[in-house]
Ligand binder design. Structure first.
Ligand code: AMP
Ligand code: MN
Ligand code: MN
Ligand code: MN
Length: 279
């Protein structure tokens, strides 16, 4: 089962990816992916196109989403896998989360203006394939265009991250609501890229335990954001909390992503892959 090339988290132009949903599916197929989930931020818009293309090219496809959550003072991302994209509570919940993005984008642009970078809102929107979903990745592409950094990764070292110019606080969904929407829509809930959060060991334990007790299913052990040590560390936590393990590139596009579709490291063989519940 672990030999299956599963990639259960990536993005299209429906959020902040640079490839259209059908292009993501074709690239995954070409890269040898056996099972793909498209998981756009707070948005289900790309799933119909991806589902149709996957049927056409003969790729097993799982409808997904990546929900923005506020927990303690952090933003935590939760992936939902195998959700019903027509579920009314999920659809309404995501609309509410997306609704906060317009005002946030205006506040980010105002912060950038304060340090002399004008036109950032229009600049970010020009990169957004979906105007309802302006993300920091779109601002990052605009800042690269302006010569403020050499690539998107570099942007986040100097801008848009907490403590840096262009960062604004924002309240997203609650952990409990996000788990509830995903489970209510028949999906599996997964904590995305846990290695990215600035949490102490004790806080990470509380996050995973709370999540599991609310009905959460899995944690991304292998993902584009984790080095080898983090894969082992989160494998230990998956065992400790009895969570299933996921594998994900978090691919955003050929230019923006360190790891291509289907190229995240394999899961440690003793873990139970989350896709055993999907196929
Ligand atoms: P948002 O949901 O608007 O806060 O945007 C978050 C998105 O910004 C992530 O999904 C990534 O696409 C991008 N991002 C955040 N931090 C980084 C980073 N350090 N390097 C590259 N992209 C990042
Ligand atoms: Mn993103
Ligand atoms: Mn994420
Ligand atoms: Mn992602």
């Amino acid at each position: 089962m672990n030999a299956l090339n599963a990639d259960l988290h990536c993005h299209s132009t429906a959020s902040d990816g640079t490839l259209a949903p059908a292009e993501v599916v074709c690239r995954a197929k070409a890269n040898g992916v056996d099972l793909l989930a498209l998981t756009d931020h707070d948005e289900l818009l790309g799933l119909a196109e991806a589902t149709a293309e996957a049927a056409k090219v003969g790729l097993r496809f799982v409808p997904g989403v990546e929900i923005s959550v506020s927990w303690l003072d952090q933003t935590v991302h939760m992936v939902g896998l195998g959700i019903d994209p027509g579920n009314p509570a999920l659809v309404a919940g995501l609309a509410q989360v997306r609704g906060g993005r317009d005002g946030r984008a205006a506040r980010i642009a105002a912060e950038l203006e304060r340090i002399g970078i004008a036109g950032a809102l229009e600049g970010a929107l020009a990169y957004a394939g979906n105007p309802a979903l302006v993300s920091r990745a779109h601002f990052a592409r605009f800042l690269v265009e302006k010569g403020c950094a050499k690539n998107v990764h570099d942007v986040f070292l100097h801008y848009l991250a907490r403590g840096k110019p262009g960062y604004v606080e924002h309240i997203w969904a609650t952990l409990e609501d996000a788990v509830g929407w995903i489970k209510g829509a028949g999906g599996l809930a997964v904590i995305a890229h846990p290695g990215r959060y600035r949490l102490s060991h004790a806080e990470m334990d509380i996050l995973l335990e709370t999540f599991r007790d609310q009905g959460g299913d899995a944690v991304e052990v292998s993902c584009g954001a984790h080095d080898g040590g983090q894969v082992l560390a989160f494998a230990r936590l998956a065992r400790k909390f009895g969570l299933l393990a996921s594998r994900a590139s978090d691919f955003h596009g050929p230019e923006d992503s360190p790891i291509d579709l289907g190229r995240a490291p394999p899961l440690p063989s003793d873990l139970t892959p989350v896709w055993t519940r999907l196929v």
